[in-house]
Design a protein around this ligand. Sequence first.
Ligand SMILES: NC(=O)C1=CN([C@@H]2O[C@H](COP(=O)(O)OP(=O)(O)OC[C@H]3O[C@@H](n4cnc5c(N)ncnc54)[C@H](OP(=O)(O)O)[C@@H]3O)[C@@H](O)[C@H]2O)C=CC1
Ligand SMILES: O=C(O)[C@@H]1CCC=N1
Length: 268
Amino acid sequence: MIMSILQFGCGNMGGAMLKGWLAGGFAPQSFTIVDPYLETAPAGVRLLGAAPEGEGAFEVVLLGFKPQQLPDAARAIAPSIGPQTLLLSILAGVDIATLRSHFPLARAIVRVMPNLAAALGKSPIALVGDADEAARAQSDALMAPLGQAEWLSDEDQMDLVTALAGSGPAFVYRFIDALAQGAAELGLPRDQADRLALSMVEGAAMLAAGSDHAPAELARRVASPGGVTQVGIDVLDADDRLVSLMTDTLRGARDRSAEMTRQAQAKT
Ligand SMILES: NC(=O)C1=CN([C@@H]2O[C@H](COP(=O)(O)OP(=O)(O)OC[C@H]3O[C@@H](n4cnc5c(N)ncnc54)[C@H](OP(=O)(O)O)[C@@H]3O)[C@@H](O)[C@H]2O)C=CC1
Ligand SMILES: O=C(O)[C@@H]1CCC=N1
């Protein structure tokens, strides 16, 4: 699949996607990266400090900078977007109507919500778009090397999905850190607690990903009746503590995404 892909912003998330695409066999020559911060790009990838001029529209344009940078960036990006362009946006809290108002010519606009595991081809990827069948198929093909793509039936779900799939790694990292902090509090050397907590989560996630059983059932299988694990699970379950904490965490992040959406709408 040879395409001209123009990517604006190659920081944490854009960089992870580029890594995933190159690892997945996409030709480096397909990519033009625009990023004022980046000093080098992977071999074969064209790197520009500002939007290309006089090159016309690209087949695929990816917006990968911070949502707040859109109003200033839009004018320079617009000439690269034409009636043949599939516009992909990973900007959290910027809806399709807002993107359409900045880029009215785009053939199709698809919001993409990945996470940093795209670099390993292990990201959940939520998609929602103003896109016909062909644009959806093209988006699916582009996402295939990055992880598991799922189309949302309603754009309103994007705020919650951003919290779950996009922000989610941060919550898991905090969980790992909290486990290690707890173990250190109870007497283990901190560096050893860090190593054990991380390798435990890595193995548990791999087992769950390869299992036919749901995570709740897998937890039941670890807990021997009258044994050690059940006492810990009872602490997590008391007053629905863990579920309440996760629900509040997602609610807060979801509501911030919705607030950012309103702020971006106000700046069109
Ligand atoms: N980080 C994550 O895990 C996830 C992030 N996202 C989304 O990804 C986007 C990027 O986030 P993240 O990678 O963390 O941010 P970063 O700040 O790491 O990367 C953004 C990059 O874009 C550059 N940039 C700024 N303005 C422009 C421009 N006009 N044209 C081209 N490049 C530009 C920035 O340069 P400079 O530093 O000079 O401004 C920076 O290098 C956000 O919209 C976020 O909502 C989505 C899912 C997960
Ligand atoms: O924190 C953020 O706004 C972005 C969206 C998901 C992950 N990072």
